[in-house]
Design a protein around this ligand. Structure first.
Ligand code: RFL
Ligand code: PHB
Length: 422
């Protein structure tokens, strides 16, 4: 497990002295505090950063808009790269993952009227992927923070960023009827795609790139055993995906038009649509049942550059979004935090800004590789509304190339496994 150098621990003692000077501003009734790093957002990115910094004796405060209960019940990702698992192991966060997470050699593609293809990540990279729900990882991160004696300031409102481009940034917010001012050295914007951190960067310093896809994924969770492999099914009527959380919990998705409403999708209609999209031998093995959760997510590609403004550093979905087809969103959040925490630790250890200066470029290298993979897989596996016969033939030709060419199979497996960190 990674250890932190004594210099960093000494810095913590200095900050504790500062914290002891915490003041109550009588005139404004605003509670004023100081920490080293303020982390906005208690999703996987924010909680992982908080854990690593705490381990290294770097003071941090995590601010979250939602309640803890809300964050812990959110259902999202389910596939972890070996790179992500390595980070979690290094920081002592993988005990449950190693005990109950399923090791997967790769994922499968099946195709209407054509043979299937297995994206053989283990064969081409030597490492497997892992099936482990983001919901469980979030529980692990909350438990680790509680064990270290720190908490999450949840249900904060009226969050405002101040002086981000100076050496003394600060934030104000409301919590439980109390106004707060929080001074710090650095701010980590880990507040997801709808958060406020990215919006705090003046537009003149920011460039956004993106695509909005003309369809969504309707997902359900069901307490039935999954089929063995994560399986993406291409069908002329739309994509379907069989995923899993544990031996008794399956997750399924179908591509639906953007205009669809959940209430128009009773379970029977969902299963009928899903089973039609899988080849009959696989469809016969899918165990259907009543859904315990159902949600619709639009698909989007988005990158905001750079991932830094002054003392504000963006990480995870706050800086970029991928469509879920490549299972990369959570993995990118983890790699961003790997780079950002390494840079912050180095800054507190040595006083050098070098790694903080290169954080955005370093993180974006992986981000753009994942954007490309997710965009390609999305286009390969989803029929577009009203696409013409030329587009259909090109998609088939692309899939046929994958079936025929070992080089194409290797390239896809390497991209699906995720770019090595360095
Ligand atoms: P999160 O998880 O959105 O967390 C951000 C947190 O910030 C809080 N927040 C604020 N807090 C304070 N003040 C404010 N003003 C705030 N505004 C927002 C939010 O409440 C929240 O708690 O972002 P983070 O940490 O960057 O993590 C990103 C991942 O959650 C995301 O990329 C993945 O879930 C994407 N994803 C997948 N990723 C994978 O790697 N593998 C997968 O298999 C996978 N499948 C998926 C997915 C995402 C999906 N949906 C629902 C979009 C499947 C789906 C269906
Ligand atoms: C999931 O397990 O929810 C999942 C798996 C693979 C994807 C997207 C989501 O590409």
């Amino acid at each position: 497990m990674a250890r932190c150098p004594p210099e960093v621990v000494q810095r913590r003692a200095e900050t504790e002295k500062l914290l002891a000077m915490e003041t109550e501003d009588v005139v404004t009734a605003m509670k004023t505090e100081r920490t080293q790093v303020v982390i906005v957002g208690a999703g996987p990115a924010g909680m992982l950063l908080g854990h690593i910094l705490t381990r290294c004796g770097i003071d941090n405060v995590v601010l979250e808009r939602q309640s803890k209960a809300h964050v812990l019940q959110r259902i999202r990702a389910g596939v972890l790269e070996a790179h992500s698992v390595e980070v979690l192991r290094r920081w002592g966060l993988a005990d449950r993952l190693d005990a109950v997470g399923a090791v997967k050699d790769g994922s499968q593609i099946v195709w209407q009227d054509r043979p299937g293809h297995f994206i053989d990540v283990r064969k081409w990279t030597g490492s497997p992927m892992f099936a482990y729900g983001q919901t469980m990882l979030t529980e692990d991160l909350y438990a680790a923070r509680a064990r270290s004696g720190e908490d999450v300031s949840d249900e904060v409102t009226q969050l405002t960023f101040h002086d981000l481009a100076t050496a003394n940034p600060w934030l104000t917010y409301e919590r439980g009827g109390q106004s707060h001012r929080l001074d710090c050295d650095f701010v980590a914007g880990c507040d997801g795609f709808q958060g406020l951190a990215r919006a705090a960067i003046p537009q003149a310093f920011q460039r956004n790139f993106g695509r909005v896809y003309p369809f969504a994924w309707l997902g359900i969770m069901v307490q039935r055993p999954p089929i063995p492999d994560f399986t993406y099914a291409y069908h002329a009527t739309g994509m379907a995906l069989a995923a899993q959380r544990n031996p008794m919990l399956s997750r399924y998705y179908i591509q639906v038009p953007l205009t669809e409403k959940i209430e128009d999708w009773p379970d029977d209609r969902f299963w009928e649509t899903l089973l039609l999209r899988f080849p009959s031998d696989l469809a016969a093995r899918i165990q259907t049942g009543p859904s315990i959760e159902k949600s619709i997510a639009p698909l989007r590609s988005f990158v905001s550059e750079p991932m830094r403004h002054g003392r504000l550093f963006l990480a995870g979905d706050a800086a970029h979004i991928v469509p879920p087809t490549g299972a990369k969103g959570l993995n990118l959040a983890i790699s961003d935090i790997h780079f950002l925490s390494t840079a912050l630790i180095d800054r507190y250890q040595t006083g050098s800004d070098t790694l903080l200066e290169s954080y955005s470029a370093t993180a974006l290298r992986r981000v753009w590789a994942a954007e490309l993979l997710s965009w390609r897989l999305t286009n390969l596996l989803h029929p577009m509304p009203e696409e013409d016969a030329f587009a259909q033939r090109l998609r088939q030709a692309e899939y046929d190339t994958l079936l025929r060419s070992e080089a194409a199979q290797q390239a896809l497996a390497l991209d699906y496994a995720g770019v090595p960190y360095l």
